[in-house]
Design a protein around this ligand. Sequence first.
Ligand code: NAP
Length: 251
Amino acid sequence: MSDHAAVPPVPPASVVLVSGGSRGLGLAIVTDLLDRGLRVAAFARTVTPQLAKLAEAQPDRAYAGAVDVTDLSATQAFLREVEERLGPVDGLVNNAAVGQDSLHAHTATADVARIVSTNLTAPLQLTRLVVRRMLGRGLRGRIVNVTSICAQRGFPGLVAYSATKGGMDAATRSLARELGGRMLVNAVAPGFFASEMSAVLGPTQLDQIVRRTPTGHLTEPEEVVPVVRMLLCEQTNINGQVIVVDGAASV
Ligand SMILES: NC(=O)c1ccc[n+]([C@@H]2O[C@H](COP(=O)([O-])OP(=O)(O)OC[C@H]3O[C@@H](n4cnc5c(N)ncnc54)[C@H](OP(=O)(O)O)[C@@H]3O)[C@@H](O)[C@H]2O)c1
């Protein structure tokens, strides 16, 4: 006999908060969710013209703000504003992160701390805030953590970064169990894709990655977006999983 009583399926998210939605993968996720008719709030330390344009074009469905994810009280205030404008948040995409391009022995103490606080502590805190509000309202919802193939395979120059992404993968599994089916909690782990974060990779490193990839090209943000959308919107029983999107480069 099962230890768990059956719970009805978690409905699709309707109001989604995307951290780091100003450019790169985050902006692609925001654009896609708005195109599909969801209400979407996004923040980053700087609101780019592209994100501002999206928010201005549809003020009843989109909202953007300049918030540092490591500033817990600013994040909490933004979440309240979002709920006043768009309604209760029932979807969260933890996408904001900072990269790294330094050997561990040469990474400054302050940089290790910044990477851990942005990529691990902050999403854990934001998730806690969102989950508390959802549980308080009796809402069910979806959480998607954007992690990285670096959590599963070793890459020089990315030690602290990889540790944070592995931490989020582990948190994904435990939160999925802890929430007992009231929310679906998953992670998407992309391979390398072109963005401001990966601009530090030189042509030799990029060539090497492409050569190791059976599909013969670097992952595109547009190839990751449908997986995020599925985890937020489709009725599935996927819970506590890390879905790799890297063209089998890591297989
Ligand atoms: N690019 C890759 O090859 C790759 C591969 C695997 C996984 N990923 C993951 O995919 C996600 C998106 O990466 P990306 O390549 O699209 O990166 P990106 O272009 O550098 O975008 C990162 C986003 O996060 C925001 N951000 C960074 N620090 C923040 C902070 N303290 N507070 C609020 N927002 C912050 C940035 O805006 P501001 O700087 O204005 O704050 C930006 O909107 C990340 O989780 C990354 O780890 C990337």
